[in-house]
Design a protein around this ligand. Structure first.
Ligand SMILES: Cc1cc2nc3c(=O)[nH]c(=O)nc-3n(C[C@H](O)[C@H](O)[C@H](O)COP(=O)(O)OP(=O)(O)OC[C@H]3O[C@@H](n4cnc5c(N)ncnc54)[C@H](O)[C@@H]3O)c2cc1C
Length: 565
């Protein structure tokens, strides 16, 4: 099932010894930069730590291998992250499940929810009333209007299915300009959609079909989604889900100006006298360090790793800000079942099986509820936990209520029979998080990875605001669902501790004030010229939506400004 897109990335690439630009990491930000810069005529080398994988490597769809044993992410025993707990006194070795190390990075295994960050996220101080005194919330140094053209470019480049302006009241959905439309119509809605729309409609709330970077029809030489059901943590074996590989990297490689080097781990950023000179890299653990020079280096290796790379490389940090203001989104989950909705009347209705979170609810993005001390909120992705989930996950998730989270044997059989006769809905909350100076990345002084580098150690504590927000938002949707006949089966609000979570931002904040930020407004280091960061480390605050589209839009914006000398 090789498509034109994968063929482009398996072809031999030209050897470029003296690149204009070195890009570290070939995922979301790195792949986008490779495209944007080669399109401008620059010659780039992309250094990627992981191997190349093709669509064939993701077959067969083996749930035990890919999901249970997490076959596509770094193993915790070899390259963990250390979590120091909320008090800094613990040492927990954490699996980095949010970082896929291969050509294409985490976009090879993602869920491809593709919402925009909005005015509420970039101008957070306008919407967040009564900022907690111990939180450092700042407006981003750009406006939503400045980002808008780059969102549009990104949505067409990566390929989005969806529909703009599904409701009269624009704030219900991410805003788009008049007359603008996504390149593809929405993915086929799940059978529960109409019922959920009605139930929330009665409560004055309006879910909508969210943007996905998954083809709903043939687009960019890639086929429409077949709804195989194997989505997050699985590679897409038919390339209907967009990745860096089958979109931006394929374009970059087609120019002949991109030298993609898998199996090249950058060990250090080389700089002197306030200028970047290139990078040191290894091609195998234990191997010799080698030098590659360029006047411009762009880093996109995910937030925690880019802070770690800055610390290892001793990037001058006069204000002690590198690694600080790490944010994870505030999260929460609730699951309900409906006896009166036998598997959403399956049979007559069609149910796409993509573990799908296309239905979104954004009515609590800004909270205006008298007496509730919350203002900046978040959004829900709405899933079907029963019919849209892979078999082992369904068994592992078996739940007979909050006091009996796991069941086995006869009880499990009864449970599986029961849920096949009921409709199910689960809500996954993504909310704003308070930025705290103490939430940070440091270098661990004990554990080293196979490349000989100290691993990252995180300190993280969710603010009281975050925890209240998750509880409030979950209670609001649970109320609507129980009014509609739902029975609550699972409830998980945000805890204070957070050993690691997929949406991760901050650590190298961008800003106009060199005294309060690590990167300037072009995401270039304040202290080392020619060194840029494209991953979500640049984000000054967490925002409240899946971050990748905004990361891509920012990469396109930055790459217009890069002028290799
Ligand atoms: C299961 C899962 C589901 C997700 N779902 C969504 C979603 O629905 N929507 C959304 O917006 N986001 C989602 N994400 C997050 C999304 O994938 C990331 O936000 C995005 O990929 C980050 O882009 P990046 O360029 O920073 O890193 P990546 O895309 O992860 O790329 C980083 C690359 O850098 C390489 N690298 C690391 N260190 C080095 C080094 N020292 N030298 C050379 N190369 C190096 C890595 O091997 C990797 O290939 C999901 C992630 C996961 C894991």
């Amino acid at each position: 099932m090789t498509t034109a897109a994968t063929a482009a990335t398996t072809a031999a690439t030209p050897a470029i010894d003296r690149p204009d630009v070195i890009i570290v990491g070939s995922g979301c930000g790195g792949g986008t930069a490779a495209h944007a810069l080669t399109a401008r005529g620059f010659r780039v080398v992309v250094l990627e730590k992981g191997p190349r994988k093709t669509a064939e490597d993701f077959l067969p769809l083996d749930e035990l291998h890919f999901l249970t044993r997490k076959g596509l992410i770094p193993t915790v025993d070899i390259a963990p992250q250390i979590y120091a707990g909320v008090d800094g006194k613990q040492r927990v070795a954490v699996e980095r499940w949010w970082e896929a190390e291969m050509v294409g990075g985490s976009t090879m295994i993602w869920d491809a929810n593709f919402p925009r960050y909005t005015r509420e996220d970039l101008e957070v101080l306008t919407y967040l009333k009564d900022v907690p005194k111990d939180a450092s919330m700042v407006n981003w140094p750009w406006t939503y209007d400045q980002f808008q053209p780059y969102f549009e470019q990104a949505e067409h480049l990566w390929g989005v299915s969806g529909k703009t302006r599904q409701h009269d009241h624009h704030a219900r959905q991410e805003p788009t300009r008049d007359g603008y439309e996504f390149p593809m119509p929405p993915l086929r809605p799940h059978a529960s959609t109409e019922f959920l729309m009605q139930a929330f409609g009665k409560a004055g709330m309006k879910p909508y079909l969210g943007a996905r970077a998954i083809n709903s029809q043939t687009f960019d030489s890639r086929p429409a989604c077949s709804f195989c059901g194997y989505n997050q943590f699985f590679g897409c074996a038919v390339n209907s889900r967009a990745s860096s590989v089958n979109t931006v990297l394929a374009r970059a490689l087609a120019t002949g100006r991109c030298d993609l080097r898998p199996g090249h781990c950058v060990t250090r950023l080389v700089h002197d006298n306030g200028r970047v000179r290139g990078v040191m890299y290894k091609t195998c653990p234990g191997g010799p360090e080698q030098f590659l020079g360029a006047a411009t280096v762009l880093v996109s290796v995910q937030t925690i790793q880019s802070a770690r790379m800055f610390l290892i490389s001793e990037i001058p940090d006069p204000n002690k800000l590198i690694g600080r203001y790490l944010t994870y989104h505030t999260k929460g989950n609730a699951e309900l079942s409906f006896k009166n909705k036998p598997v959403w009347d399956a049979g007559a209705a069609y149910q796409p099986r993509t573990a799908i979170g296309s239905l979104q609810l954004r009515d609590l993005y800004v909270i205006d509820d008298p007496g509730v001390p919350l203002s900046k909120g978040g959004k829900f992705s709405i899933y079907d936990p029963y019919t849209c989930t892979t078999p082992i996950r369904q068994i592992k998730g078996a739940s007979l209520g909050k006091d009996r989270p796991n069941v086995w044997g006869t009880e499990l059989v009864d449970y599986l029979r029961e849920i096949r006769s009921q409709g199910g809905v689960s809500f996954s909350f993504t909310g704003e998080a308070m930025s705290l100076y103490d939430n940070r990345v440091e270098l661990d002084d004990v554990v080293r990875d196979p490349w000989g580098l100290p691993v990252a150690k995180t300190y993280y504590r969710h603010h009281e605001y975050d925890r209240r927000l998750a509880g409030y938002a979950l209670d609001r949707v649970i109320q609507v669902m129980t009014d509609a006949g739902g029975e609550l089966r699972r409830y998980e609000a945000q805890a204070e501790a957070n050993p690691g979570y997929g949406h991760v931002h901050g650590t190298l904040r961008a800003g106009v004030d060199p005294g309060a930020s690590v990167l300037d407004a072009d995401c270039q280091s304040h202290t080392v010229k020619g060194l840029y960061v494209l991953d979500a480390a640049f984000m000054p605050t967490a925002g409240a939506a899946n971050p990748s589209l905004t990361l891509i839009a920012n990469a396109l914006r930055v790459c217009e400004r890069v002028s290799p000398s």
